[in-house]
Design a binder for this molecule. Sequence first.
Ligand SMILES: NC(=O)c1ccc[n+]([C@@H]2O[C@H](COP(=O)([O-])OP(=O)(O)OC[C@H]3O[C@@H](n4cnc5c(N)ncnc54)[C@H](OP(=O)(O)O)[C@@H]3O)[C@@H](O)[C@H]2O)c1
Length: 324
Amino acid sequence: MRRIVCRQFGPPDWLTLEEAPDPRPGPGEVLVGVRAAGISFVDGLIVGGRYQMKPPLPFTPGLVVAGEVLAAGAGVPGLAPGSRVVGCSFGLGGYASHRVLPAEAVVPLPDAVPYAVAATAAESYGTMLFALTRRVTLRAGEWLLVLGAGGGIGLAAVDVASSLGARVIAAAATREKLAAAVNAGARAVIDYEADDLRARVREITGGGADLVVDPVGDRFAEPALRSLGAFGRYLVVGFAGGSIPRLPLNRILLENRTVIGVDWGAWSREDLAGNRALAADLLGRVAAGSLHPTAPATYPLERAAEALAVLAGRQVTGKLALLP
Ligand SMILES: NC(=O)c1ccc[n+]([C@@H]2O[C@H](COP(=O)([O-])OP(=O)(O)OC[C@H]3O[C@@H](n4cnc5c(N)ncnc54)[C@H](OP(=O)(O)O)[C@@H]3O)[C@@H](O)[C@H]2O)c1
């Protein structure tokens, strides 16, 4: 097998491409021939030693893969060689030509969903379907503000929320990202680097947003919190902007607001059955055409470092995937 290896925490260009013997599945496991590996923002944090979880060295980064079953260990019914699958759990080892996964972390992939779409949407759309159906109840017609709306999580938030009947306001920093959010269903857009985020949201909604989806944090968090109306909910998803903001408690007390954490990553590892059901639901909605993840830009395995650097540089609209 070919795989990307992190031998020392640091910048992506310290990663190496290495050969290793093909792994074999043990009891209850499947060996997947990886056709596409999703690239996530968090991969760069893990490789840099800047994530809350520091894996033992050396390791192969990469959380979600899609491909075909090459072999199944004992006690794995229903996953014959050749089956199309997506590994939906948030473990490591994805940047490789082969990956062994527990059978419970694998979901059948409908023919209508391409490998690269599945390998990226399982994380971004999985997170947002979890957030908007398990962490809050979203009512049709509610106004939802999405920060970083042209990124992986952001575009998934726009699409999932729109499909659930919400009216989405997309906030992002470039025309290209805002246009992508409109394509995904956003009703209104705000360039949050140029405009007053809070004032614009209040103007568009006529009183304040009902929900904020925040994968960016940093200096955008407080104006986003203050753009919420009465009983507004604030979903904390990530901190792509770099710094973890401190939200003033008085702004939560006032107007009966609620701040809610979203940790799909930990939940997907701990509740394999729950996450399998979520992933199957997600892939069914994509195959049926009610959710619309776009095809990611792709890189060959050996250019993983370059892809991670481009993503960290805020230059990507949508998602990236590796094709091993
Ligand atoms: N909670 C969970 O379960 C979960 C699951 C998956 C991901 N996440 C987290 O969610 C966050 C976003 O992930 P993602 O996949 O959407 O990443 P992404 O595709 O890179 O998008 C992040 C967006 O953040 C904005 N941004 C603002 N300042 C930035 C900066 N200094 N550097 C980079 N981006 C900046 C960028 O939009 P503009 O240029 O338009 O500002 C960018 O498009 C990450 O922190 C990730 O770890 C959390």
